[in-house]
Design a protein around this ligand. Sequence first.
Ligand SMILES: Cc1cc2nc3c(=O)[nH]c(=O)nc-3n(C[C@H](O)[C@H](O)[C@H](O)COP(=O)(O)OP(=O)(O)OC[C@H]3O[C@@H](n4cnc5c(N)ncnc54)[C@H](O)[C@@H]3O)c2cc1C
Length: 305
Amino acid sequence: MTAAAMLAPLAEIAVADAVVFEQAQRSMALWPEWLAQLRDDSGEAVYHRRDGTIVVAHAPDRATLDQFKRVLHHKLPAEHRSRVQSLDGSALAQLEPALAGRFDGGLWLEGEGQLANDELMHALALAIDRLGGHWHECCAVDALDARGLHSAQGRCDADLVIDARGVGAKRDWPALRGVRGEVITVECNGVVLQRPVRLMHPRYQLYIAPRPQQRFVVGATELESEDDGPITLRSMLELGSALYSLHPAFGEARVVRTAAALRPTLDDHRPALVNADGVWRLNGLYRHGFLCAPALVEQLMGQSR
Ligand SMILES: Cc1cc2nc3c(=O)[nH]c(=O)nc-3n(C[C@H](O)[C@H](O)[C@H](O)COP(=O)(O)OP(=O)(O)OC[C@H]3O[C@@H](n4cnc5c(N)ncnc54)[C@H](O)[C@@H]3O)c2cc1C
């Protein structure tokens, strides 16, 4: 699954509405419980940090940072506004020494976090196995109904069917569209970041999310396209230049992975959970699959009982 798995309810309010914010808030409360239970069930700990996000802009782009702050203040419920804190150069340097002297200030979005999504998927697969479930990979479902599904392996009966095929469910849900996103993962020994950094730019917003073993996920492009082919040279250049502009030591970073995928999206850009003829359809998670998943699953469990 391709994503940066940032848990960024404050920053994302710039492109989301109050419904998504509520789901995100609930999920931020549930993630620690979920990950603790997953550690017990799978025996694996998933990398998860909640040290906030830093937002910076280069001097010529300072207006985009100011505007971003105004949008957050306008859209966030009053009780959450104090979580968006302005930093001067020395406060920024204290939080992220690697950025000292490179930016004259920024924002700190308190309480935001991130997960390692590859570790999460691995731990989920282990937990399903240990709990006696059967996990089928690379097995395309051709059709499904309230009593089960059909695949190349034949018919599989089920008590509960949940369709979470993302854009793959488009034939049954024509309003779905894919929004292309691309990320690169680099390995770099020359820079240490404690928390994700968003770099504001007049044309796009990019983020750099630190991961274990000196890896950094850099993302993400957002294109109105259902082409899920490999990353383009243009996107590589944009993501790479943003990274290099954050700190020149990233010039020596090794690119260890590139990825592109489609975000399953509905017209209102909100996740949707519906029951159609007995099949639960959970889709349209757009940019917020990791941010909102626990709240959506909680909702599904409540409604499907
Ligand atoms: C570059 C990028 C960066 C992102 N960053 C973030 C982030 O930082 N934070 C965040 O919260 N979200 C992020 N997202 C969004 C997040 O990844 C999505 O919201 C999430 O993946 C949606 O999950 P899903 O399971 O609904 O759909 P998908 O992730 O699309 O998964 C659907 C799965 O169903 C499978 N499938 C499709 N058709 C069939 C079929 N017929 N039979 C069997 N299987 C099928 C697909 O292969 C896929 O594995 C990002 C997305 C992208 C692309």
